[in-house]
Design a binder for this molecule. Structure first.
Ligand code: PLP
Length: 404
């Protein structure tokens, strides 16, 4: 008989962890052995949290702002979030419609846990940031994958609204959508966003909108936030956070915006799960939102330069089909021709590249489900120098495996 401690919920074995973390830990291992590892794997800015925010954190510590706070987050931060969203998106969010969470993942968890029950279905894109498929599985619901359209090097990726429409059944609870999109770097256009919202209205669905990359937009990307719809309260659960915009991944600070009835109910789940979001990070969050945002502007313009460099360099590799992306800090080139010529699956390609050339990229399959098998994900949150050197090694690797 199994010991009771081994008798954990079988659903856990069915979840795919965030594979990014597995590859990144292998990269760390290689680096600790002295190899010069270049990692395009990381999903966080390489620029550290700016000094003025670190100082604010120190001040909060010195003032011993180290106890529990309100479960929904301190009022001043909720005010600042509402103010920010309303200024930026012309919305009408009130402070009591904001719940501060431990990271955007905390917001995603609350949103999904509030609604999903066993046998419900939720439509997610394929590829998707894994949290949305995996958390729905954990809650007993079924993720239904809607493959994106690959439009080629000129136009990149788009939603397939007709396919999404066809996937709607009487079990569909909602649609989870990340925009700007991880892993493709796509920004789904305002037209696509409006069409999704129309589907939500027509079929009485939720939209779980993760807009954590909404400050990373390039080439005048046509971005529309779900929080900007006048009827957002009827459909939208809005998830965002500080990790990427202010380079605060380890501070664990995010927020969920939902209508008042929901935030009130969710506070009961939050208090029983984590009591409150990190106290010190909340003080830092206020400072960040009320800053002049020059840090963010400078970081995004630096990332834009890197995006162009990475795209240009990758296009020089025979067999790479590369679209330069419009948002976030990822490129998702298609490499099916190379995989075919080398007789490799994408995960073996990535593993061999890491072991032989010490370059880390993520296999598209880390973002379930089928779609990613022809793609690899690059993060360009690394220096231009490393981008150029990393792509040079990839080119060598590709030449070696395709000439065998
Ligand atoms: C789409 C998306 N949502 C959420 C997160 C997690 O954010 P946080 O650190 O705020 O939990 C990430 C991190 O990579 C992400 O890409």
């Amino acid at each position: 008989m199994k010991q009771p401690t081994l008798n954990y919920n079988v659903i856990l074995d069915d979840l795919s962890g965030e594979k990014a973390f597995q590859y990144i830990s292998r990269a760390r291992e290689l680096a600790s052995k002295g190899f010069n590892v270049i990692s395009f794997g990381v999903g966080q800015p390489d620029i550290p949290t700016p000094q003025f925010l670190v100082d604010e954190g120190k001040k909060a510590l010195d003032e011993r702002f180290t106890g529990y706070t309100e479960t929904e987050g301190i009022k001043e931060l909720r005010d600042a979030v509402a103010e920010y969203l309303n200024t930026r998106y012309g919305s009408d969010v009130r402070s009591d419609e904001v719940v501060i969470t431990a990271g955007t993942k905390g917001a995603a968890y609350l949103a999904m846990a509030a609604y999903l029950k066993p046998s419900d279905e939720i439509i997610v894109t394929d590829p998707t940031y894994p949290v949305y498929s995996e958390l729905s599985k954990f809650l007993g619901a079924r993720p239904v994958y809607a493959p994106l359209k690959w439009l080629g090097e000129e136009s990149g990726f788009s939603l397939d609204i007709d396919a999404i429409h066809e996937l709607i059944t009487n079990k569909t609870k909602g649609i989870a959508i990340v925009n700007p999109h991880n892993p493709t770097g796509a920004v789904f256009s305002s037209r696509e966003v409006e069409k999704l919202m129309d589907l939500a209205r027509d079929y009485n669905l939720l939209i779980i909108a993760d807009e954590i990359y909404d400050n990373f937009l390039y080439e005048g990307a046509d971005f529309k936030s779900f929080i900007s719809f006048p009827d957002w309260r009827d459909h939208v659960l809005y998830c965002n956070g500080f990790s990427k915009t202010f380079s605060m991944t380890g501070w664990r600070l995010g927020y969920l915006v939902a209508r008042r009835e929901v935030t009130k109910a969710l506070t009961k789940l939050a208090v029983n799960t984590w009591s409150c979001p990190p106290s010190i990070a909340q003080k830092v969050g206020i400072k960040a939102l009320r800053s002049d945002w020059s840090f963010v502007r400078e970081m995004v313009s630096l990332f834009d330069k890197r995006r162009i460099t990475l795209c240009r360099e990758l296009k020089r590799i025979k067999g790479f089909e590369v679209w330069c992306g419009k948002g976030a800090f990822y490129l998702f080139p298609r490499i099916s021709k190379i995989l075919e010529a080398a007789g490799l699956g994408v995960e073996t390609f990535v593993t061999n590249l890491m072991e032989e050339k010490h370059v880390v990229v993520l296999p598209g399959t880390a973002f379930p489900k089928e779609f990613g098998k022809d793609f690899i994900r690059f993060s360009y949150a690394i220096s231009e120098e490393k981008i150029v050197e990393g792509v040079k090694r990839i080119r060598e690797f590709v030449e070696e495996i395709t000439s065998k």
